[in-house]
Design a protein around this ligand. Sequence first.
Ligand code: SME
Length: 154
Amino acid sequence: MVNKEEVYKDVVTYISELIEGKNNPSGVLCNVTAALHDALPYYFWVGFYIVEDDTLQLGPFQGPVACFRIKKGRGVCGTSWAEAKTLIVPDVEQFPGHIACSSLSRSEIVVPIIRNDEVIAVIDVDSKELNSFDATDQKHLEQVAEILANTSLL
Ligand code: SME
């Protein structure tokens, strides 16, 4: 098993470097998902859903084809948006209304990106194993969310 804390520290530093001085949002956000996906072996799908026109719209991601739009309050992503908080789902089958973009996903974490008290996007990560995500994932993904909230990329 990887030492998550060490891997996340390195990848968050790397992400800060990938972002610095860049003004190509889709390219930078693609690189952010690629850096996370490459670093953490239990990441099956990682990507952004971005708030546009009162809906979450699929943004840059790594992994299989995913759902295109998610309404507020729907699924794990829409619930994280509505509640403006991180959700850790140890077993997606136990989450009422979970949206199964891939039948292979077993556990999930969704972290909102908040600017001026408003959710502007979420980071969504799926794993093929149960119970993949914990407070360490939450802490570092919330750091990534905060870094991105303070850029003009979203
Ligand atoms: N499972 C999510 C949908 C997005 S996919 O996992 C990529 C949800 O329930 O909101």
